[in-house]
Write a protein that binds this ligand. Structure first.
Ligand code: AMP
Ligand code: MG
Length: 324
């Protein structure tokens, strides 16, 4: 079983054990502001291969590479002026920039899936400190079995991958709770590759233009790895529910009651006050909690599509997508 170290109680020991684990080419599960990541040296093929083995990912997808500072980012990627402005405004934070790989980059093909671009992010907090000490970028997808719901607590990671990992760092619940927003600056504008924990409106306010979105959410999947079915709990997922059916769990929003909810296996409200950031932070934990009731389906009440609601609805659409 994995050793679990609390990063607030024992920051130095957490760092030392994480560094030793990374140097031994084993992945480390660690907290970030978005979700828990499974981190390994982005320049070391043996270490990256271990990430795929632990997650049981069916194939190699591009992984987001995490950096501690702009100098590290610029050693591995070429920044156009607008990408640089986005980094200045939103890093560290829940924004991933897809950028051309720099000629000098030592990030391995297994982390980029052989693309000539790389997804870079600068995380906050302990993860950033660890990367600074390690001195090289860390590739880190979410710390869960492939296709499952992303973990937002160390307990989620332990329940899923505890017997496959040497070390889980516990930094408490993830404050954002959704994966990063991924964008790419292109000739005709800034493309939203994945809505996520940074509100797209904040990016649009900075650039002064609308992000380029796929016609249908999740339709234009440019990179491998954005499988239609993802974030899948054991129960099926039913969206826009206006009434609860027998055997279902209910996840609702904004304190609004739904017909038949007395019969639900559990009723969870993502944010009784209607706060989308709170809803995002609760989403994955509530999906796991609803699933654990043994419900046949998880019914989701309608959610507002604006702000972080865009990313929440993207995750729900994937959770509800046909499995295969
Ligand atoms: P995650 O599983 O949260 O680490 O997210 C990884 C996702 O980031 C991939 O599935 C891609 O959608 C995206 N990504 C990473 N690198 C690239 C890249 N070079 N180009 C486009 N998308 C990327
Ligand atoms: Mg994931």
């Amino acid at each position: 079983m994995a050793e679990i170290i609390d990063t607030a109680d024992e920051p130095e020991r957490a760092l030392e054990r994480a560094l030793a684990t990374l140097h031994g080419s084993d992945p480390v599960a660690l907290p970030t502001e978005t979700v828990y990541g499974l981190a390994a040296d982005a320049t070391a093929p043996a270490a990256i291969t271990r990430i795929y083995a632990v997650k049981g990912r069916p194939r190699f997808n591009p992984l987001i590479c995490h950096v501690s500072d702009l100098a590290m980012a610029e050693a591995h990627a070429v920044f156009d002026p607008l990408s640089r402005r986005l980094a200045d405004a939103f890093w560290p934070g829940p924004l991933t920039l897809v950028l051309p790989l720099a000629a000098t980059s030592t990030i391995h093909d297994l982390a980029t899936a052989g693309l000539d671009t790389v997804g870079l992010r600068m995380p906050k907090g302990f993860a950033r400190t660890l990367i600074r000490r390690y001195g090289r970028p860390l590739a880190a997808p979410s710390a869960n079995t492939s296709g499952a719901i992303s973990p937002t607590s160390a307990a989620h990671v332990a329940a899923d991958l505890g017997d496959k990992l040497p070390l889980i760092l516990d930094g408490g619940p993830c404050p954002v709770g959704l994966e990063s927003t991924i964008v790419k600056v292109e000739a005709d504008g800034v493309r939203l590759l994945r809505p996520g924990g940074l509100d797209a409106a904040a990016i649009e306010a900075l650039t002064g233009t609308r992000l380029i979105r796929p016609e249908r959410p999740g339709a234009a999947i440019e990179a491998p790895g954005m499988l239609a079915s993802h974030y899948a709990p054991a129960a099926t997922v039913r969206l826009d529910a206006t009434a609860v059916r027998p055997g279902e769990a209910l996840i609702r929003f904004g304190g609004r009651r739904i017909a038949g909810e007395e019969a639900a296996t559990v009723v969870l409200d993502l944010s009784p006050s209607g706060d989308l950031a709170e809803a995002a932070a609760n989403l994955f934990a509530f999906m796991k909690q609803a699933d654990a009731t043994g419900a046949t389906a998880i019914a989701f009440a309608p959610m507002p599509p604006e702000g972080l609601g865009e990313a929440i609805l993207d995750r729900l659409a994937r959770a509800a997508a046909p499995r295969g």
